[in-house]
Design a protein around this ligand. Sequence first.
Ligand code: IMP
Length: 182
Amino acid sequence: MRKSFDLFFVSSNIHKYHEAKNILDSFGIHIGFLKSDLDEIQSNSLHDIATFKATNAFSKFKKPLIIEDDGLFIDDLQGFPGPYSSYAFKTIGNKGILNLLKNNRKAKFVSIITYCDKLNLESFDGKLNGRISKTEKGKNWGYDPIFIPNNSKKTFAEIQNKNKLSHRFKALKKFSKWYLHK
Ligand code: IMP
């Protein structure tokens, strides 16, 4: 068993941690999990939300860490749920989202990863275009059963290689490049 971690992933969402760990392991960065429900500001900017959460988390844990804030932006809903994705999932859920959509099903997932330690506060983004399926397909967490990435016929919940192409992968790839050279 590893004795130490390079940094910590602070979140209340174990699914995000498992995916982030799998991705960062592949870049040689080893993360631990700090389960914490961080305070959030209300903002239209994922970047501002992520920066606020990361600085708060650092003042609480005093360890090098990353936090992630995500949003699912749906064209036909003028970007909704976007920064309110977590709330929309808990309230109307996937069925509620499907009921709101007609012909234009274009959407994108955005991830912001913010790293914070004593000296650094840096954010990295990852975006993935796709569309919303007509029905829920496959079983996995969050919006995975209704999000179909571009160039695929299957939802995130049905594909094997989500961690090689997701919004999370893209943001963590940028982060890793920076982290390994800082
Ligand atoms: P937050 O970043 O914790 O505010 O979460 C945003 C929302 O987007 C949550 O409700 C998640 O369920 C959802 N979400 C973010 N990333 C993914 C993903 O990779 N798959 C499915 N749902 C996601």
